[in-house]
Design a protein around this ligand. Sequence first.
Ligand code: ADP
Ligand code: ZN
Length: 210
Amino acid sequence: MKIILLGAPGTGKGTQAEKICAHCHIPQISTGNIIREAMKTKTPAGQKAQDFVNSGKLVPDEVVIEMVDDRLKQPDCANGFILDGFPRTVPQAQALESMGVHIDKVLDIEVPDQEIMQRLTGRRVCAECGSTYHIQFNPSQKGENCDKCGGQLIVRKDDQPETVTQRLQVYHDQTEPLKDFYQAKGNLVMVEGVGTVEEITARTLSALEA
Ligand code: ADP
Ligand code: ZN
């Protein structure tokens, strides 16, 4: 199954992507994680991306499209995958079609902006493996360290309040039009993104079966 997870920053897309990945045994392709890894290891693409990411803007389409194209050619994607954070613009969605990729389901996770602000400012991310936590809603059992790998938990630069506002604006302007794009193709499913992680996961998995 080939799945796209759509939604604003802070809707819990990444968490849901992990759940689907474990349930359906398909790889999770998170462009945010790929880009942050490229920034950390200072690849040419990572260096191009840096200023955009840290100021809450989208990385230019051609940079992200090339990263995704490379990733989808890996053998583990042959039986399906879940795209988390891509496409984020109409040109990216068109590029995916040009790659000959047929998407089965597009899940749109909906959360009000006000709740998003609260979630993102409390978010913590593992500096080593990229797992995400929340100081209130989903704390690590190991305090300031990752439950999975013991790495240090940090606040992402782009989770500062002003940058979060900027990212929400970018979402409404550039990513939200993708709802109409996929609605027109008939494979968009809306998932209510407010509730416990377990509740939302149950909705996500049933939306995949529908
Ligand atoms: P979130 O969904 O919480 O904003 P991500 O980890 O998905 O976080 O993305 C973080 C940043 O990486 C984005 O703000 C953007 O700068 C960049 N990015 C990720 N995916 C894309 C994409 N498909 N197109 C352009 N930029 C992207
Ligand atoms: Zn970790």
